[in-house]
Design a protein around this ligand. Structure first.
Ligand SMILES: *Cc1c(COP(=O)(O)O)cnc(C)c1O
Length: 453
């Protein structure tokens, strides 16, 4: 009996995420197996190299095999890999909590750890729910959540319940709890047909109407600040987020800011909420927290919410939640090093020039015949492909235009991954200006090659 090759083993044993395995297994193209990474490059088992154009799914910050991050894990490994936080504390998770409180909006003072963006959101939802149950007064009816159309907050059942992407979420409907859905600030396809940049924020008015009617039964609004990522890089107009905060306060609804994608510098500031001086009641962070190294996440909250749980044991206000790997020391250690690097290398100070450069270069893409809308916030970019630029008629999903463009980019040496008809470009923050130019150029040529014939 001959041994299976690595590629054969992959097809035989592995079920990949968000993947139709029939396509994967039967594809004529050989699937790539990544063997190593260095800086912003990925190397496969065949020795080919690729730009990491989506930061390994929106995670990577300082590049792969970053010396300081590697070292932080090695140093921690010489002490201990994991110890539980149930009934014990550990050194790196304690230090990381202090750092997170320092760098996040001022009113967030308490850190609850978990291991993915989805679990961080679950925790936020349960915290908000339990908070109202334990508040003095008549608040026990506040059990629902407001969420936005096109929202994405993860794949666990609770986070899917506050999601708004039908393709991913529809089939699970019978499993989910009901949420109230507000319109998304999707300016390119504004449901009110208002002109981008000059609108009346009708979506906000509808949100207010929803709050006005339902605030007595609403625990919280869950929102991706500034950019709805997985929904297609939908960027809210200036002032939208601040307005949501204002309305949530007015109607006594908690605000859960899901910074899982936008956090850690991706939008040009450490956290997206900072752009509009927004103080959320609960904030979730994951993805970039460890520089893209290890799975760890956190749900931060205010003293006020924390205090609603803080009481004698007999009052039964304990927050009964916790995952086996919560506060993992290796992941916490590399996260501390990640945050230190932001300062040591002045990552945020270099962002404006990079953002500007990408914006300039994207103008060439905007002019392409099949590009309807180019959306950019910081180093998060979504390019919406359309069948007809004048009418904004979308390609049908069967055309798989996003997938085709990304496959072409791969042939040209860059890994990117689409969201339907939206081509996503989200390079690591450490990407140099020369590399950014090269990567946007590959994106442009891939779109041209696929759409011209
Ligand atoms: C990716 C993402 C999540 C889910 O994070 P996982 O670590 O994949 O579970 C949640 N919210 C937002 C906004 C995300 O982009």
């Amino acid at each position: 009996m001959t041994e299976l090759s690595l590629h054969e083993k992959d097809k035989e044993y592995v079920w990949h995420p968000f993947t139709q395995m029939k396509e994967w297994v039967e594809s004529n193209n050989q699937q790539l197996i990544i063997e190593r990474g260095k800086g912003i490059k990925l190397y496969d088992t065949e020795g080919n190299e690729y730009y990491d154009g989506v930061s390994s799914i929106w995670l990577n910050v300082h590049g792969h095999q970053k010396e300081e991050l590697d070292q932080a894990i090695k140093d921690q490994l010489d002490k201990i890999a994991h110890s539980t936080m149930l009934g014990l504390a550990n050194v790196p998770a304690t230090e990381l909590a202090e750092k997170l409180v320092e760098i996040t909006p001022e009113e967030l003072n308490k850190v609850f750890y978990s291991d993915s963006g989805s679990t961080a959101v679950e925790i936020g939802l349960k915290m908000a729910f339990q908070y109202w149950q334990q508040r003095e007064g008549d608040y026990q009816l506040k059990q629902k959540f407001i969420t936005l159309q096109h929202a994405y907050h993860g794949d666990t059942v609770g986070s899917v319940s506050v999601g708004g992407i039908d393709l991913f979420h529809q089939i699970y409907k019978p499993l989910l709890f009901d949420s109230l859905q507000a319109p998304a600030p999707y300016c390119y396809r504004c449901p009110y047909d208002e002109e981008e940049g000059k609108c009346n924020l009708s979506c906000v008015k509808e949100l207010e109407q929803l709050m006005k009617e339902h605030h007595q039964e609403v625990a919280a609004i869950v929102i991706e600040p500034l950019v709805q990522g997985a929904g297609g890089m939908i960027i809210a107009p200036d002032g939208y987020l601040a307005k949501v905060r204002e309305l949530a306060t007015k109607y006594n609804i908690l605000m859960i800011a899901d910074e899982v994608a936008v956090g850690f510098g991706r939008t040009g500031k450490m956290f997206a909420c900072e752009h509009e001086a927004v103080q959320p009641d609960i904030m979730t962070v994951a993805k970039g927290i460890s520089g893209g190294y290890l799975p760890i996440s956190a749900t931060l909250t205010t003293n006020e919410i924390y205090d609603a749980f803080y009481d004698d044991y007999e009052t039964q206000k304990t927050f009964f939640h916790g995952h086996s790997y919560t506060g993992n020391p290796l992941a916490a250690a590399v996260s501390v090093a990640n945050i230190n690097l932001f300062e040591q290398e002045d990552i945020l100070g270099q962002m404006p020039a990079k953002i500007e450069l990408v914006a300039e270069k994207l103008k060439e893409i905007e002019e392409l015949a099949q590009v309807g809308d180019v959306r950019q916030k910081g180093l998060m970019v979504g390019i919406e492909l359309v069948k007809n630029k004048a009418t904004k008629e979308p390609y049908s999903w069967q055309d798989k235009m996003g997938v085709k463009v990304c496959t072409k980019a791969r042939e040209m040496g860059m890994i990117i991954r689409p969201l339907g008809n939206v081509v996503v470009f989200m390079p690591p923050l450490c990407t140099t200006t020369e590399q950014l130019i090269a990567m946007v150029e590959i994106t442009k040529q891939s779109i041209e090659k696929i759409t011209i014939n």
